[in-house]
Design a protein around this ligand. Structure first.
Ligand code: ATP
Ligand code: MG
Ligand code: MG
Length: 355
């Protein structure tokens, strides 16, 4: 059977492997710090579960393979500066930004972007790490951010919405319905999809991401995180991989984002998805495994088997039903099986998103 190597062996790689089995694909995630490189055959395929990686024995071997799909896209999107330049060059709306050159001052950035300025490291940030709000009394950009960051205007958004889509080598694209996301301190807590009230923004969103996929001649799943400001979407960032805000599709769509990614990479058909019901995804962050999660109606727990640490994503729970009342009841039951702050942070938010 076709073998697909995945650069990286975290939860995304594991879920890709899981999705590959029914497709008769032998998906092999590889830890980038393995002491020996995998033995690649010429007709193997290579993909990645992360957009950036250090040079190791493993990443060197995988990235050199001629069938590493989207090889030249990763570097371009993993650097926020070149990612923003790409979005600008396509004339697509994004949060206004400036490069933080070595000699730029905090005052210059505020003059150009407004009073509230968010610095983001060009590379390596995730879950809100690698971000720094410029202090209003700073005259200079803090030294360790000079030359290594971009600065963004603070967007006073109504809400955060993402689009997950897939493109195959023939240039066909398929998209899921827009997903509403709750981020707190830069980390995703909950997603809700589909929502009828977001439907009027669907065509706009598909055009934005479709243009990017085509411009990059991209093959596979990509996620576009946006800020909704009125009826306008502004891109926050792009992720050239399967994405946390698409995890609901494991339970809530006829074809999951993981299956789509593999189908595109392996050059299989990508028929449009059927969405199964009302979906809510709750991330499990820094909390121990609770066997009672398994007893919840219309909910499925995905546990990543990682060491539990504060602020770390260690699993997620997908809730899906055609009956909204059942979804709501499950959310309330789940709230009692999670740390107390979840009611405040994710359960109440999800319940009100369903109103
Ligand atoms: P991810 O885990 O999604 O890769 P990340 O660390 O790459 O996250 P961003 O997505 O850039 O970071 O930002 C994280 C969150 O911070 C956003 O989802 C949003 O809530 C907030 N944020 C980011 N940029 C802005 C902005 N310009 N204005 C207001 N809030 C912002
Ligand atoms: Mg990111
Ligand atoms: Mg993000």
């Amino acid at each position: 059977s076709q073998r697909i190597w995945v650069l990286g062996a975290g939860q995304l790689g594991a879920m890709l492997k899981h999705a590959g089995m029914p497709l008769a694909l032998d998906v092999c995630p590889v830890d980038i710090n393995e002491s020996s490189a995998p033995e690649l055959a010429v007709d193997d395929l290579v993909t990645a579960e992360r957009e950036q990686w250090p040079e190791t024995l493993v990443t060197h071997a995988l990235a050199q393979h001629p069938r590493f799909i989207n090889q030249n896209v990763f570097g371009r999107l993993a650097d926020r500066k070149t990612q923003k330049e790409l979005i600008d060059s396509l004339g697509i709306a994004t949060a206004p930004w400036r490069n933080v050159a070595n000699d730029i001052t905090a005052n210059e950035l505020r003059d150009q972007l407004g009073e509230r300025v968010l610095l983001k490291r060009r590379t390596g940030g995730y879950d809100g790490r690698g971000q720094h709000w410029l202090r209003t009394d700073d005259d200079e950009v803090p030294g360790d951010w000079q030359g290594e960051a971009i600065a963004e205007q603070a967007i006073n958004f109504d809400e955060e919405v993402s689009l997950v889509g897939v493109r195959n080598a023939a240039g066909e694209c398929v998209f899921y319905p827009l997903t509403l996301n709750l981020h707190l301190s830069g980390i995703l807590y909950a997603s809700v999809a589909p929502l009828a009230r977001l439907q009027p923004l669907q065509a706009q969103a598909e055009q934005m991401l479709g243009n990017i996929l085509n411009a990059l001649d991209y093959v596979g799943v990509m996620a576009m995180e946006t800020f909704r400001v009125g009826d306008q979407l502004l891109i926050n960032e792009l992720a050239p991989r399967v994405h946390n805000s698409g995890h609901w599709t494991q339970a809530g769509a006829s074809i999951s984002q993981f299956e789509y990614h593999l189908r595109a990479v392996a050059d299989m058909a990508i028929p449009a998805p059927q969405v199964i019901g009302q979906n809510v995804m709750i991330n499990l962050i820094g909390t121990d495994y609770n066997p009672q999660w398994r007893n919840l109606p219309c909910a499925r727990t995905y546990w990543y088997g990682k060491e539990v640490r504060p602020g770390r994503k260690v699993g997620h729970i997908n809730i899906v039903s055609n009956n909204i009342t059942e979804v709501r009841e499950t959310l309330v039951l789940l709230g009692d099986l999670l740390p107390e702050h979840y009611y405040r942070d994710a359960i109440d938010w999800s319940l009100s998103a369903l109103e």
